[in-house]
Design a protein around this ligand. Sequence first.
Ligand code: ADP
Ligand code: MG
Length: 586
Amino acid sequence: MAKIKILPVHEAQKIAAGEVIERPANIVKELIENAIDAGAHHIIVEIKDGGKESISVTDNGSGMDYDDARLCFAKHATSKISSITDLEQISSFGFRGEALASIAAVSNVTLNTKEAHAHEGIQVTVSAGTIIAQKTVACPAGTSIVITDLFYTVPARKKFLKARDTEFRHIQSLLHAFCFAYPNIHFKFISDDAVLYNCPPVTSLIDRYTQLYTHTTATHMLPLIMCKKDSFQITGVISDLTHTRFDRNGIFLFVNKRWIRNQKLSSSTIAGYASTLQPGRFPLACIEVAIDPTEVDINIHPRKEEVQFVHPRSIEQTVQQTVKQTLEVALSERVKQPVYFESPRTFFTPHQPTAASYQSLQHTISTQPKDLEFLNSTPPITPHYQQPIIHTHEQSARLIGQYNKTYLLLEQEDGLFLIDQHAAHERILYEEFATRFDTIPSVALLFPIMVHISKEALELLMPYFALFEQHKIILEPFGNEQLIVQSIPVHLKETSLDDLIHKTIAWIAEYKHLEQTEFSSTLHHHMRAQMACSAAVKAGDELTQEKMEQLLRDLFKTPNRLSCPHGRPTGWLLPLYEIEKKFKRK
Ligand code: ADP
Ligand code: MG
């Protein structure tokens, strides 16, 4: 007997609706997209009980005429494309003509709509996909759609709706995304009768942060240095190192103004912070990729939340680079100047400078970052020159000394600059381990070190001995619960390896679910940071003048020098203005 039956149209539609509409936020998204496609510049979203009781979206867009107001609920009813070939150059959000049909199949919908030139509007009421009433009404130009009784036709799906707060958060993130993608549109968001956001148009993304978050958050946002490539361009804003979240939900990514999810791009954004974020902290970011539509497929996800790039790697790398550059530029502006010494006991010229000593100075400088380049041009040599005060430059600094056996104090024209000796040294060593990876010398231990670990930890660790070898640490198992350390890099000579080994075991357990490359870069980062921490001078170590100068000299040729690998700042300026204010001189 034949087993195949053709499902009734209404049943099939309810099933298909599940692909598009899973939760209230999906409805809000479709309705806002329709409003934007209709040219609206004022959109009001109102929800009750996290969207579970009702959702309404009102816009001042083009509105619909009598026929369209009925037709828009039919499946595959769209005014946006007429064939698949149109998709290559699509600029509207919608194109499948299935959102309103899907929403109507699983709820009760009331539509009010009016075109600007029409004398009256039309109201259409739809229940479970069927138009049950229509009438002319007096209403403003634009469209308003109210959804109630969500999923009443599919109780199984209704059961999967989450608590009010969860559904609310999904809608709130969506609102944020639209506000970021469309700063020129006025969005108002009302939840359970309270106006949560009222965001008139703004001219910059940073102003949106003031509207949606706080003024303080906005002051921590940095505009990305714009990066333009042949087929795409990256723009947006990111938070500085001091303003972070405990999850990735503050990272918003857009492709041609569509909010998308893309694990790799969000990892690239985080990677742009190099190792300056503290573990478990994530930035805020709003990154827009404007790309030639033929270089991206927007039709791979039922709710269009994901896209597929033709050349994803190039976009990921560019995002990472752009974020990194933006932070570097912003941070060097904040710290403003590299540091020089006016005292005769300077690092580069203990005696009266000679041409040779300046050549060596220039050599040092040529390996330093861009902000020291100005020194290369004119060596300030004069016959009577006693102290290497730096000319070509409005500001110089003098090392005052060490405070509390922890901070180096530098006198600068615009204030007192404090450097945390441990954080600074950690960064120097971390970068050195990263760049001199292969050339760091190691020593074979005459008396190998024994480390006790549990049997389970040893089993977990054994497949990863190669990770240690890459850092010049040679381990061997000894029995079931011990390790022998046969050789170590010279910089770890004075330190205990117990800590590094036990922490590495914990990191392996924490990160082993990651994909291979990400796992290995995460582990190397943590191991390097831990080695740098063990080998660096500590707070409380008294430093000689030579050591302090060496530290400063090394710091100012180190990349990412503004924070330690764990994200703490290495230096901090107490502005002269603030000091004078305290003494009531200002
Ligand atoms: P799509 O957006 O993919 O075309 P939808 O089901 O979302 O499909 O909408 C169907 C059609 O209804 C749209 O193509 C549009 O012509 C019309 N429409 C929907 N919402 C609005 C609106 N807010 N203002 C004007 N027209 C609308
Ligand atoms: Mg649509």
